[in-house]
Design a protein around this ligand. Structure first.
Ligand code: 16G
Length: 196
């Protein structure tokens, strides 16, 4: 429990320990899957749910994020440096779905873990950068990736998990257990760059 530092010497180099994903108990989630799937068994043998790897720069990770928002021209060197920083600081659980038939990433979501003094020095999880390639519609992959990182938040000891999203997605997140709390459900932003 808690933010884990994970040092791994394999060439595949994961951002965090993939073993955590095998421990997630999907029956704890209020989400319903039909047919039943999980991170360990995503429904097709060619689908793989796993932590981000350093080599994912070449598997279309940034292009996938480009379906969510502006990414910019991130070089391999910049990606590498950010990957190293995230790994060294801990608390970044970037999780992806790969179509292993073509070696491309088709879904992603991130749990970031914030360390707190409140709630007895607890942790707060934030659900970030959820994106699924819409050509894979009908495979419950949006649900799968969000439930995966939400259970991950619980597994690492977060006392709550929060998100902000477009209004049209509120219903989707409600089916996965997220609630608009009465009197406490506003997201506010101060932007420091021009929206593009
Ligand atoms: C959404 C995302 C957030 C992402 C932001 C990017 C989820 C649950 N929320 O709010 O993580 O960072 O979009 O939009 O995926 P922006 O480029 O306008 O900040």
């Amino acid at each position: 429990m808690g933010i884990e530092k994970f040092t791994d010497v394999k060439p595949s180099e994961y951002l965090y320990n993939p073993e955590i994903l095998t421990r997630l108990d999907f029956s704890r989630s209020p989400a319903t899957f039909s047919p039943k799937i999980s991170a360990a068994q995503p429904g097709e043998e060619w689908l793989k749910v796993r932590p981000l790897q350093r080599s994912d720069y070449d598997k279309g990770f940034l292009q996938l994020l480009g379906q969510l928002t502006s990414v910019g021209n991130v070089s391999k060197k910049q990606f590498d440096e950010r990957f190293t920083q995230m790994k060294q600081s801990g608390g970044y659980y970037v999780t992806v779905i790969e179509d292993t038939r073509v070696g491309r990433l088709i879904g992603a979501a991130t749990l970031t873990v914030e360390q707190k003094f409140i709630h007895n020095c607890s942790l707060r999880g934030r659900l970030e950068d959820v994106v699924v390639n819409d050509t894979y519609r009908g495979k419950q992959l949006g649900k799968l990736i969000v439930v995966t990182v939400s259970l991950l938040a619980q597994e690492v000891g977060c006392y709550k998990m929060s998100l902000d999203c477009k209004d049209k997605l509120i219903k989707f997140y409600e089916t996965l257990g997220y609630k608009m709390e009465a009197g406490n459900s506003n997201a506010m932003n101060m932007r420091f760059e021009d929206p593009s």
